[in-house]
Design a protein around this ligand. Structure first.
Ligand SMILES: Cc1cc2nc3c(=O)[nH]c(=O)nc-3n(C[C@H](O)[C@H](O)[C@H](O)COP(=O)(O)OP(=O)(O)OC[C@H]3O[C@@H](n4cnc5c(N)ncnc54)[C@H](O)[C@@H]3O)c2cc1C
Length: 447
């Protein structure tokens, strides 16, 4: 029997990315021991590791993510400040949207940190490890999930250590935060044969990112720049954000045959071809402080685990293993942190139930869906505006696009509407806030 208030003796988390770390913290008050197994060597200092290749690219933490992390890991934000993360006022991010270069800057009180993904994760890992129930092991690659009860439930994991030794660990719950979700899919395939349906939006994005020392004569009216394209005419976009060490991290992106190149001349030329000269002017004479790194993002993928007729007991996928968003709106880490809050609340609510782990995954999928809906609409659906994007257009798609354009027009002139759209975009409020009848009527008149 686990101790008082606990629902299990042990939980294992696969992967020490953002979803794994936040899930570990969510589990730690409900299990005697939480073990995180990560295939990479875990660096002592903020450093790149191969298991998260996206970490070299701009990683924005949205307001909803900051709030969720504040609940789960209150020490994270102060520790970020102490580690030198750049302080950022969201009103000081110049937003260049089609028809608005820039969109009217308004201060809605959004304040936070801007930092490299390696620093964000490093600080979070250190804070998570303060919890006495959590242990974390690098160089442990999970090979497969162990089955119990005629394959209807998961009983543990087998994993390989650096030298090749294979070990097993039996556990009450396995959380799959491996990003790709391969352990979960392989288990489902081998047990019931039923894998989740997927919604796939094939965008074929390419990113090219590099760092610069912030020049002493940097722009006076902004600290960061978000540049969005005039879709579907153009696909080139860019994001410039300050990070620790008084540097800018600048990511250029485009899709299909408009991907940014990896050489400096091509990179600069791509920046010059954007609709406005803001980013080009900022970087053309700035001192480059790192190589140009590229990343290809073929498709946004949403797995509908909630639609499966049954799901194994003792298993829970989280984060990118459920839904991988087009990164352009910077949502994945925030959604992972919000999912961890859902998990923590579910575990607390079930602590006195006769079988707290029975049906846990089904309840989690149900509660996590609304958290995924809004960012999915914000990031993935606009990709469908491009005729060449692969994926089924939802019913009434063209009308939704016209509505979104009209909503943006209204937000430009009405500060209250702007605040509302900003809060939804920052994942601070649900998308349903935009369906208020009074607002819908006003927007519809502009369509
Ligand atoms: C180019 C790019 C830019 C992005 N920008 C942003 C942004 O601005 N803001 C934002 O919020 N999000 C952004 N994201 C998304 C974000 O990186 C992820 O959504 C978020 O980190 C959650 O990922 P995860 O933890 O589920 O998976 P991952 O980050 O993929 O982590 C999975 C972890 O599991 C480990 N692992 C995998 N398999 C095994 C195994 N078998 N055994 C043990 N360990 C294993 C991996 O090594 C890794 O550490 C971006 C993504 C990309 C691709």
């Amino acid at each position: 029997m686990p101790g008082a208030g606990l629902i299990g003796r042990s939980a294992v988390v696969i992967g020490a990315g953002m979803a794994g770390l936040t899930a570990a913290r969510a589990l730690a008050d409900s299990f005697e021991r939480v073990t995180v197994l990560e295939r990479d060597t875990l660096p002592e200092a903020p450093a790149f590791r191969a298991g998260t290749p996206q970490a070299r690219h701009v990683h924005v933490m949205l307001g909803g993510g900051v709030r969720a992390l504040g609940e789960l890991v209150p020490g994270w934000e102060p520790a970020m400040g102490a580690a030198g993360a750049a302080r950022l006022l969201t009103a000081r991010v110049r937003r260049e949207l089609p028809g608005y270069d820039p969109f009217p800057p308004r201060d809605f009180g959004g304040r936070g940190f801007s930092a490299s993904r390696t620093l964000i994760e490093h600080i979070l890992r250190g804070e998570i490890l303060r919890h006495p129930s959590i242990r974390m092991f690098g160089d442990c690659r999970v090979l497969r999930l162990l089955a119990d009860d005629g394959r209807s439930s998961v009983a543990g994991v087998s994993y390989e250590r650096a030298g090749g030794a294979v070990e097993t660990q039996r556990t009450d719950l396995v959380v799959d935060a491996s990003g790709r979700g391969t352990p979960t899919l392989a288990f489902l395939q081998a047990s019931s044969g039923e894998v989740p349906a997927e919604t796939v939006i094939g965008i074929d994005m390419g990113y090219a990112t590099t760092t610069f020392d912030i020049p002493s004569d940097a722009g006076e009216d902004w600290d960061g720049v978000l540049h969005l394209p005039d879709a579907p005419r153009r696909a080139r976009r860019a994001l410039l954000m300050p990070i620790e060490g008084h540097r800018w991290l600048v990511g250029l992106a485009g899709h299909r045959d408009e991907k940014p190149p990896g050489d400096w001349d091509g990179y600069l030329e791509f920046a010059r071809s954007l609709r406005t000269p803001t980013i080009y002017r900022a970087i053309r004479t700035a001192r480059r402080a790192g190589p140009i790194v590229r990343f290809r993002f073929p498709a946004s993928v949403r797995r509908h685990f909630d639609r499966l007729t049954r799901f194994p007991r003792g298993l829970l996928p989280v984060g990118d293993a459920i839904c991988r968003f087009n990164p352009v709106m910077g949502q994945g880490m925030s959604v992972a942190a919000k999912q961890a809050c859902v998990l923590r609340d579910l575990l607390t609510a079930r602590s006195s139930a006769p079988d707290p782990l029975g049906g846990l995954a089904e309840a989690f999928f149900r509660d996590a869906e609304p958290i995924i809906d809004a960012p999915w609409e914000i990031a993935a659906i606009p990709d469908l505006v491009y005729p060449e994007t692969e994926g089924e257009r939802p019913p009434g798609f063209e009308r939704s696009v016209a509505y979104a354009t009209a909503l943006r027009r209204l937000a430009a002139v009405d500060a209250d509407v702007h605040r509302l759209t900003w809060e939804v975009q920052q994942l601070l409020r649900p998308a349903s806030a935009l369906r208020d009848p009074g607002l819908v009527e006003r927007v519809t008149q502009l369509v």
